[in-house]
Design a protein around this ligand. Structure first.
Ligand code: BDP
Length: 621
């Protein structure tokens, strides 16, 4: 799906700003039919939850309404007019005056409405957007809704980050010609010094197509005709981690000599490949350093913010990170474009977080239900996951920064039914994008002995909390069990392996000379312990600390104003561990840290394994 852009044939108006806002009201069943009642206004883009000093709005489960007036420029006569919402979390309904023009389920992917037939250029209209925050077994991510004793609807879900909702990304009005370009796919390869670009263009009508490649200075370096073909760039400048180089693909629809539509898609020339236990970018082994992140800041929740975008990337650079995972949902497109321009490598994750009922056990004393069954996560869930996958890959396929898709975070890959659930999704992802490796982040309960899906994927991403949720404060035992666990995966699957999550909650200002959980020193020692293990394992291709910054979570006794595993606080101040990481990562340039501690840890031979230790985690979370 093309991002709306202003070109010589297309105009673009940003609709961000303050919109009228109201929570659904049973007395006003069709709120789009007039001006929204009340006097609330909400910022777009922003999640709405933390904007108002009103617990009822924050906790509301169901629809909220946004509204503003929009004028279609008089000059757009003869053009198609579209509305584009970069996201409505988790479901959106769009009305132009009284008419429903679009409905979309899935909170982290864009959707559009062609509204040409509902108005005339020069007209002003009432744009009303309903947004629903409900999560069920038919949504990705999943959740469930219950009704409290006093009749309030309550949402529960299987991930810890707070269920922020609303219009957290931009809204656009744009024009495009009647005969237009509807999609572009760019796949790049390299032979010697020559860049080889396979392109394909979809158009609304059968019309001649011309494509031209411009280098960063705007010089044409290659061209071709037709809706698909191969372009070559001599003496190509590659897109490399840390050294981004972007070309522009200018696609034009022609009517004789006239250009009837034009669209410019930036792209980078690079290759990605998994070979043996190596992850190769441009044929060179790449070692991931960085974080799992969140879209999360105070007040705006998951609202996209360019100031935080710039600052977060500055901090990534400062700390020596070369990559991050879009845990646990695809981020705003601006984030990927920024990564493209600045050479940061991205593992693009879907919103399939929490396909795991196992984590519900423990404290409640009630045994967990099977995750995959007709009554729990079933064909409907799988269909929602498949649709989400289509939308993510369609949106993000041309970003050079995206080197791998993460299909899910911590699914119950150890449970019966996991293979039946995931095998068709893996197949679908490979059909949609045969070029990028696939991974999923494996939960602690999924071990190399009981995991049912790892062989379907290219890279093993492992989430482990030895020294935090288990062996809390006992880094010596943690080190032994972590090493045994990771070596088991390496030996069982012979695939590249990376640590996709490891982290310890830390209160800035809390200090200790002992291994004291929550202290800044403990977070440092915890990371050091993990790093010693990683450096001893061949086939290890990367480390993503959990998390880049502290983030807001749902209410619960395990969190103090959110998850505190950030290496930076929520307002982006470094904890001591930021300096530990900076010392380790700076100057690596994608190479694996050298092993300066080659001493092997003695592995326990008493029969206990990481698998045996896992149940302790259930009670701990
Ligand atoms: C992992 C989840 C992540 C959590 C983290 C934690 O993947 O989303 O925030 O645990 O508990 O299981 O900090």
């Amino acid at each position: 799906m093309l991002k709306p852009r202003s070109t010589i044939t297309r105009e673009l108006i940003n609709l961000d700003g303050l919109w009228r806002f109201a929570v659904e009201n049973p007395n006003v069943p069709e709120p789009w039919k007039g001006v929204l009642g009340g006097n609330l206004e909400a910022a777009v883009p922003s999640s709405y939850n933390d904007l108002f000093a009103d617990q009822k709005i924050r906790d509301h489960v169901g629809w909220v309404w946004y509204q503003r007036t929009v004028r279609v420029p008089r000059g757009w006569t003869g053009e198609r007019v579209l509305l584009r919402l970069d996201a409505a979390t988790h479901e959106g309904k769009v009305y132009v005056d009284d008419v429903l023009v679009a409905r979309h389920v899935g909170g982290y992917t864009p959707f559009e409405a062609d509204i040409t037939d509902h108005l005339s250029p020069g007209d002003e209209f009432r744009l009303t957007v309903g947004v629903n925050n409900e999560l069920t077994s038919a949504t990705i991510p999943p959740g469930s809704i219950s009704v409290s004793q006093d009749g309030r609807r309550q949402q529960t879900y299987l991930h810890d980050f707070y269920n922020y909702a609303g219009l957290a990304r931009s809204v656009w009005l744009y024009s495009k010609p009647e005969r237009h370009i509807s999609d572009i796919t760019v796949v790049t390869g390299v032979i010697g010094r020559t860049g080889v670009i396979d392109y394909s263009v979809e158009t609304s009508h059968k019309t001649p197509v011309r494509v031209r490649v411009l280098d960063a200075a705007g010089h044409e370096v290659s061209s071709a005709e037709g809706t698909q073909g191969t372009l070559t760039i001599e003496d190509v400048s590659l897109w490399r981690p840390g050294v981004a180089y972007l070309y522009n693909l200018v696609v034009e629809l022609l009517d004789g000599e006239d250009v009837i539509d034009s669209y410019t898609e930036p792209f980078g020339v690079r290759t990605v490949e998994v070979r043996g236990t190596q992850f190769l970018i441009n044929g060179e082994p790449f070692y991931f350093t960085g974080f799992g992140k969140h879209e999360d800041t105070a007040v705006r929740g998951k609202g996209h913010d360019n100031a935080y975008l710039v600052h977060d990337f500055q901090l990534l650079d400062w700390v020596g990170a070369n990559s991050f995972r879009t845990s646990h949902y695809p981020y705003a497109e601006e984030v990927l474009e920024f990564a493209d321009r600045h050479g940061i490598v991205v593992v693009d994750e879907t919103a399939a977080v929490g396909l795991n009922l196992g984590v519900q056990g423990g404290l409640t004393g009630v045994g967990p239900k099977p995750t995959f069954s007709p009554e729990t996560f079933n064909h409907e869930t799988q269909a929602a996951h498949a649709q989400h996958l289509r939308e993510v890959i369609s949106r993000d396929k041309n970003h050079p920064s995206v080197v791998m898709w993460s299909i899910a975070n911590e699914p119950a890959s150890n449970e019966d039914g996991a293979r039946e659930f995931f095998e068709p999704l893996v197949q679908l992802a490979r059909e949609l994008d045969p070029t990028r490796p696939l991974t999923y982040a494996a939960v602690m309960f999924a071990t190399f002995q009981n995991d049912k899906i790892a062989d379907l994927f290219d890279v093993l991403s492992i989430n482990r909390y030895y020294g935090w949720y288990i062996f809390t404060g006992d880094l010596q035992s943690a080190e032994i069990y972590l090493e045994r666990d990771l070596r088991g995966w390496v030996e069982a699957f012979g695939k590249p392996i990376m640590m996709s999550e490891y982290g310890a909650d830390t209160m800035p200002g809390q200090h200790s000379i002992w291994d004291m959980p929550w202290s800044e020193e403990y977070q440092q020692s915890f990371l050091d312990m993990n790093h010693r293990v990683f450096d001893r394992i061949d086939g290890f291709v990367g480390e993503h600390v959990w998390n880049f910054a502290d983030f807001q979570t749902s209410n619960g006794i395990h969190r103090v104003d959110g998850n505190r595993k950030g290496v930076f606080s929520r307002d982006r101040k470094p904890k001591a561990s930021a300096h530990t990481l900076r010392a380790r990562w700076t100057g690596l340039n994608g190479a694996k840290p050298s092993v300066d501690d080659t001493e092997e840890t003695e592995v326990l031979e008493n029969g206990t394994t990481g698998l045996d230790a896992a149940p302790a985690l259930e009670g701990a979370k």
